[in-house]
Design a protein around this ligand. Structure first.
Ligand code: SIN
Length: 367
């Protein structure tokens, strides 16, 4: 992440040169505390544990922070070759299955939204431009664990299904390295972007405990991610989210405005990011979290990703030892009254473009 350019000349001395000399100094050695880089706890995840989770050894991760946004951590694709495929397949084939909830459930019967993958792949493999959209192509979101209610912008104990153990374990590893040991994934929102999709400006504040981070994993086509401030008026920073990238919003950055205005067209020379096609370099261990994806399944996934991006966001809803009843008791949560949920900025855009919202009544992911 780039620092803001400093004035070239300050008090007669070139400030660039001043800083250059500061870091070049050997004796005494420079103080590195001002260098922009994310603090990772590199000792909490052994190389073996990282490998089991399909992740590179933590010493090889490239992690960045953003000046002015403490708690925001960007990790450039920490996944081992082949393991992104597992998460893509889970998002397309496994996680949309019942009892998880998806946007199609808002206007289709349970029988119609059963087996989305199986109902889609035939049409998807031999698809011509005139063919009707498959269910997979109509998928916009899936919720896991505590199912986010788009209308009330709340979670509730009545609407909950088991959180996928593999994503729970991956999230635990990532959160621990970022300084949050004990993180427990309780809710997930998976976002499915087609080339013309966007996600409106919003703050993720419906969780009842904001001391836990929000984790976000990106796969497939590149997106532009806008990270703003605590107020809508604060100028946002634009950054690319590429396949495999992980973003963590925590501490003072947990409640910042953010949005995804567009996907970036892939170059014709590389329609799919090469890191996605890579096959595992070693056989998976017995107890590995991620399993190799079959060629048939990957054929479908990779075709889908030519025009799509999949994003998994993972949240802890409750504080340690808290139950829902206590947390939602009036006055028990300082956030209960202030929770505003998603911004519906995209609704205007979606309405004027006759586009569909992902929630039915509230447009966040439009395309
Ligand atoms: C993203 O798609 O990168 C962001 C998702 C979200 O804010 O929910």
């Amino acid at each position: 992440m780039a620092k803001m350019a400093a004035p070239i000349v300050e008090h007669g001395e070139d400030v660039f040169r001043k800083l250059f000399r500061f870091y070049k100094r050997r004796n005494p050695p420079p103080d590195f505390s001002e260098v922009v880089a994310a603090e990772l706890d590199r000792n909490v995840l052994s190389d073996d544990a990282a490998k089991r989770a399909g992740l590179r050894a933590v010493r090889d991760w490239r992690a960045y922070s953003l000046q002015g946004h403490p708690g925001f951590i960007f990790i450039s694709n920490p996944f081992l070759p082949g393991s992104q495929q597992h998460w893509v397949k889970q998002c397309l084939k496994t996680y949309p299955q019942k009892p998880n909830v998806c946007n199609l459930d808002m206007h289709m019967s349970p029988a119609e939204t059963e087996n989305i993958w199986e109902k889609s792949i035939g049409g998807f493999r031999k698809k011509g431009k005139q063919d009707p959209k498959t269910l997979l192509e109509k998928l916009r979101w899936v919720t896991l664990g505590y199912h986010y209610n788009w209308d009330t912008k709340t979670y509730s104990p009545e609407s909950r299904s088991p959180f996928p153990p593999d994503l729970h374990a991956l999230s635990r590893c990532l959160a621990a390295v970022c300084g949050f040991p004990g993180f427990s994934a309780e809710a997930g929102i998976l976002n499915y972007y087609r080339t013309d999709s966007s996600l409106g400006i919003h703050v993720d504040e419906s969780e009842l405990d904001h001391t836990w981070p929000l984790l976000s994993f990106s796969f497939g086509q590149t997106a532009v991610f806008l990270l703003g401030g605590a107020k809508r008026q604060d100028a946002p920073t634009a950054m690319f989210m590429r396949s495999g990238d992980v973003m963590v919003m925590s501490g003072p950055s947990r409640l910042l405005y953010h949005a995804v205005p567009c996907l970036v067209a892939a170059p014709a020379s590389e329609p799919l990011p090469s890191c996605l096609g890579a096959r595992p370099t070693e056989d998976a261990a017995e107890d590995a979290l991620v399993r190799p994806v079959s060629e048939q399944d990957w054929e479908v996934c990779s075709r889908y990703l030519l025009t799509s991006r999949v994003n998994m966001t993972v949240r802890q809803v409750l504080g340690p030892g808290r139950t829902f009843e206590v947390a939602t008791r009036p006055g028990a949560s300082p956030h209960a009254e202030t929770r505003r949920g998603y911004d519906d900025d995209g609704a205007e855009e979606a309405t004027s473009n006759a586009k569909k919202s992902r929630s039915g009544s509230e447009c966040t992911l439009s395309s």
